[in-house]
Design a protein around this ligand. Structure first.
Ligand code: KIV
Length: 280
């Protein structure tokens, strides 16, 4: 059954954890959908793990649309597809926010959009929700603000910062967000905030007290080695499996063992003889 705003929110009421992973392509979306994931996030982290940027600042609407379309085509059965609004696609004005959220829905076939920030983006959240587009909010470490935050750091560690985080969480809930992602927030604080909200929280580096969890899939599969966040568990070492397979392919092509007979297409000897004859 396809997840909806209502089925996702009902999980919090039942105390059932919500599962989300990032996803950027059709093949992976099919695998994740079949595995029963609740939500697939076409994150602007694709800037890092797919496009090789140092941060998410350069990611464009066209990048997001390109990957959203592929993921939406692969997640037909179960998962809701959430698509990140990239840097400066919503901060600039309420109008830009609604137009760009609309493009992610109409062209990208998203089920919901995600944007970063608290009280400062509540007008945008309100307007997008009024346009009948479900919104996921994102607080704590918000990668699009890396240049003002002074790096990728845990957020909410002082009493003032923690109070601001709670105020922002309540503000985005009041503005109409149906889910809140909390990134790199101390576990006790994230659990405390989760208990104060009616909407589900989805944590990444925010401990087990959140209502759900999200990870970047290349991180949890051990495929991405540029940096290793402390909060990641490697559920498989797919990176080594891929490296080994690529090396075996390289060797097999060099030593002539690939392609073998069973990988070839046949043509009749008569036709080959005729070609040979005609070439003479
Ligand atoms: O872009 C992304 O992958 C995200 C997750 C880290 C939550 O926003």
């Amino acid at each position: 059954m396809k997840q909806t705003v209502q089925t996702i929110q009902a999980k919090k009421q039942r105390g059932e954890k919500i599962t989300m992973l990032t996803c950027y392509d059709y093949t992976t979306a099919k695998l994740m959908d079949a595995a029963g994931l609740d939500m697939l996030l076409v994150g602007d982290s694709l800037g890092n793990v797919i496009l090789g940027y140092e941060d998410t600042v350069s990611v464009t609407m066209e990048d997001m649309l390109h990957h959203a379309k592929a993921v939406a085509r692969g997640a037909k059965e179960n998962a809701m597809v959430v698509v990140d609004m990239p840097f400066l696609s919503y901060q600039t004005s309420v109008y830009d926010a609604v137009v760009n959220a609309g493009r992610l829905m109409k062209e990208g076939r998203a089920g919901a959009v995600k944007l970063e920030g608290g009280a400062v983006v509540c007008d945008q959240i309100r307007a997008i929700v009024q346009a009948s587009i479900p919104v996921v909010a994102h607080l704590g470490m918000t990668p699009q603000s890396v240049n003002t935050m002074g790096g990728f750091k845990v957020q909410g560690k002082t009493a003032d910062a923690a109070k601001k985080l709670l105020a922002d969480a309540k503000a985005v809930e009041e503005a109409g967000a149906f889910v809140l992602v909390l990134e790199c927030v101390p576990a006790k604080l994230a659990a405390w905030i989760s208990g104060k909200l009616t909407i589900p929280t989805i944590g990444i580096g925010a401990g087990a007290g959140c209502d759900g969890q999200v990870l970047v899939y290349q991180d949890m599969l051990g495929m991405f080695s540029d940096y290793q966040p402390k909060f990641v568990r490697h559920f498989a070492d797919v990176g080594s499996v891929m490296r080994d397979a690529f090396a075996q392919y390289q060797e097999a092509v060099h030593d002539g063992s690939f392609p073998a007979k069973e990988h070839e297409f046949a043509i009749s000897d008569e036709i080959m003889a005729q070609l040979e004859q005609e070439e003479k």
